[in-house]
Design a protein around this ligand. Structure first.
Ligand SMILES: CC(C)(COP(=O)(O)OP(=O)(O)OC[C@H]1O[C@@H](n2cnc3c(N)ncnc32)[C@H](O)[C@@H]1OP(=O)(O)O)[C@@H](O)C(=O)NCCC(=O)NCCS
Length: 183
């Protein structure tokens, strides 16, 4: 397999607006589901979450093409408790999907959770995010329906599925398919 020139590092302040736009665009195009305007604002507000979480970006040949937010406690934690971490706001630009960039971002968060000594890594996903769910399951995440929840959005209730990775595994080959740096 040809090795992609992908680097994973934390987002720089000048990149916050374009990372926010990338996330909003990516979440908006998955299905006919209407994304709650409040959630869209939260997705797009990268500057507003960098003090509470680690916002990572993926660069393909130097261009930002994806992002994921690693949450280790604090106000952005939705499912995780003490000694647990969580992944949020995860997307890759639609023009470069299917090349392992999402896997590289996810692997970076698994590495962080292992480095931080976390026992579990949680995430929430929506039922229509099928591409993401295949990726999670390949990484060993499993659904935990007892932690599913519903949140109001644009006048309707939206289902959020809980996924859990436990224990945190050793580095995976998916991460090694990409040239990674900056963490
Ligand atoms: C989920 C998401 C981030 C995945 O990003 P991605 O970069 O396409 O992910 P990957 O390329 O690592 O994996 C996706 C697929 O490409 C395949 N793939 C990975 N490396 C590959 C390579 N080098 N060549 C060809 N295919 C490859 C994977 O096997 C996977 O296949 P699958 O569709 O059969 O599962 C992306 O689909 C996205 O942004 N979706 C919209 C937002 C979203 O749903 N976010 C999740 C919120 S919970």
């Amino acid at each position: 397999m040809t090795e992609l020139d992908v680097a994973i590092r934390s987002a720089e302040p000048t990149e916050y607006p374009l990372v926010g736009e990338l996330l909003v665009r990516a979440y908006d195009n998955i299905s006919d589901a209407v994304i709650d305007p409040d959630y869209n604002r939260e997705l797009g507000d990268v500057a507003g979450r960098v003090d509470a979480a680690l916002v990572l970006v993926a660069l393909l040949e130097g261009v930002v093409v994806g992002s994921i937010t690693y949450v280790d406690g604090g106000p952005l934690a939705e499912l995780s408790a003490l000694h647990e971490a969580e992944i949020r706001m995860f997307a890759v630009d639609s023009t470069v999907r299917g090349k392992g960039i999402g896997a590289a971002l996810l692997a970076a968060c698994v590495d962080l959770a292992r480095r931080d000594g976390r026992e579990r890594l949680w995430l929430s996903t929506s039922p229509w995010m099928k591409d993401a769910q295949r990726l999670y399951e390949r990484f060993g995440f499993r659904r935990v329906p007892t932690r599913d929840r519903q949140e109001p959005s644009s006048g309707q209730m939206f289902e959020l599925w809980a996924y859990l990775l436990e224990p945190i595994p050793e580095p995976r080959s998916t991460a090694q398919q990409c040239t990674r740096g900056g963490l």
